[in-house]
Design a protein around this ligand. Structure first.
Ligand SMILES: *[C@@H]1O[C@H](CO)[C@@H](O)[C@H](O)[C@H]1NC(C)=O
Ligand SMILES: *[C@@H]1O[C@H](CO)[C@@H](O)[C@H](O)[C@H]1NC(C)=O
Ligand SMILES: *[C@@H]1O[C@H](CO)[C@@H](O)[C@H](O)[C@H]1NC(C)=O
Length: 164
């Protein structure tokens, strides 16, 4: 199972072989993928991926996430001449995505905090346009299970609600 987490997808580029430098000639040591994610190595064979320790300068790795998760933070890192990867101070995590349909509201508006894909921890605030009344809760949180903690509200026409 743990092996499955290290999902590796190969790009079929048969004529392109990445030169694997040895550490004294430059390059970057491999880094671990985020939890629930893997790394996409371009131009390497399965065999090379298993044995590689150092990747060449300018080589780019890409993080991919398992299941219904999206990467938050840098998605791609590039090997720098000094042997480090770009943006190492910025954390990359694979977070569960809550259903996107909650992020739009007919006859109203939704503010998404923080902005970006609606992942675990995202809070939605709902409000209705003038002439409409919100039915349901005006706030919803994306939980650690990737589900909203409140049903999506609706905006009812004020005029129509008078006849309820
Ligand atoms: C790496 O390069 C150094 C000198 O450039 C050499 O002495 C060493 O044997 C090389 N190591 C490998 C594993 O190729
Ligand atoms: C490596 O180089 C980058 C940019 O060129 C720099 O931001 C980073 O601090 C350097 N890291 C080290 C360990 O020297
Ligand atoms: C959201 O609803 C609560 C009560 O359900 C209310 O106290 C609060 O003011 C509302 N917030 C906004 C921004 O409308």
């Amino acid at each position: 199972m743990a092996r499955l987490l290290f999902v590796v997808i190969l790009y079929a580029l048969p004529s392109f072989v990445v030169p694997i430098h040895n550490s004294s000639t430059g390059g970057c040591a491999i880094i671990r993928p985020p939890r629930d994610g893997g790394i996409r190595y371009r131009g390497l064979t399965q065999e090379q991926i298993r044995s590689v320790q150092i990747l060449p300068v300018d080589y780019e790795i890409e993080y991919i996430c398992r299941g219904n998760r999206v990467i938050v933070g840098p998605k791609v890192r590039k090997c720098l001449p000094n042997g480090t990867w770009t943006d190492l101070t910025l954390h990359s995590t694979c977070l569960l995505l809550c259903p996107r349909v909650w992020t739009s509201l007919e006859n109203g508006r939704v503010t998404v905090k923080p902005p970006g894909p609606p992942v675990e921890g995202t809070v939605l605030h709902y409000s209705c346009h003038a002439g409409f009344i919100l039915e349901g809760r005006n706030i919803s949180h994306c939980t650690k299970l990737g589900k909203w903690d409140a049903p999506k509200p609706t905006c009812l026409c004020e005029f129509l609600t008078q006849w309820d």
